[in-house]
Design a protein around this ligand. Structure first.
Ligand SMILES: Cc1cc2nc3c(=O)[nH]c(=O)nc-3n(C[C@H](O)[C@H](O)[C@H](O)COP(=O)(O)O)c2cc1C
Length: 193
């Protein structure tokens, strides 16, 4: 009787490990799970549309999902000035997606007064789960200053996130096609995995 049980377990284990298209069943499951967990998510805040165009280009080139940061604050220049001067947080709706399912996070947002805008700071601070990989892409009128880049990097690191890159894009009079081309050229030089 004991032998029958041993035989039964050996057969079950063997069937479970039978290669399907060259890969054992458990390895296929692990690989599917890994793929699911490693889908990139582009997250963006945009007041006037440029960061949205950059986010769209990144989403398309990376085959990523996209989530808009839904700020509940109306933002004029005065509000922005106060937020940036005092490092205030944003008030925003909860993300629509289950963020634990994604990695890396690609945050796209404007620079105001040489700092990352409040909606992006709040999202990084409160919504991205600890331990995730984070890229930050900024949009700005001028080039991204070194000290601004460093302050974004240390802001992300302090939240127990793995900062993988901080990159600045200038807005100029660019169209969606311009952002698409620039993003393709950028990603060819700096791949995101
Ligand atoms: C109040 C305010 C402050 C800004 N400060 C800066 C700045 O310090 N450096 C810079 O290069 N651009 C600055 N800009 C330009 C913005 O970065 C630019 O308008 C933004 O990236 C556009 O993104 P959006 O179209 O997605 O809103 C500022 C714009 C505003 C409205």
């Amino acid at each position: 009787m004991k032998r029958i049980w041993i035989l039964f377990f050996v057969v079950v284990a063997a069937v479970w490990c039978i290669p399907v298209s060259g890969m054992p069943a458990y390895a296929q499951e692990v690989s599917a799970l890994k793929e699911q967990l490693s889908k990139p998510l582009v997250v963006y805040y945009s007041r006037q549309g440029h960061a949205r165009m950059l986010a769209t280009a990144l989403k398309n080139h990376l085959n990523a999902d996209i989530e808009e940061i839904r700020s509940e604050k109306k933002r004029g220049v005065f509000t922005i000035m106060v937020e940036q001067l005092f490092g205030l947080h944003d008030r925003q709706k909860a993300p629509e997606k289950d963020l634990s399912q994604y990695n890396p996070f690609i945050v796209v947002a404007p620079i105001y007064f040489m700092k990352l805008c409040a909606p992006a700071r709040t999202f990084i601070d409160r919504s991205i789960p600890e331990g995730k990989d984070v890229y930050v892409f900024t949009t700005s009128g001028g080039p991204l200053a070194g000290f601004t880049k460093n302050s974004i990097r240390s802001f992300v690191q302090k939240r127990n996130l793995n900062v993988q890159g901080v990159h600045g894009f200038q807005i100029g009079k660019k169209t969606q096609a311009d952002f698409d081309n620039e993003t393709a050229a950028f990603l060819a030089q700096h791949p995101i995995r």
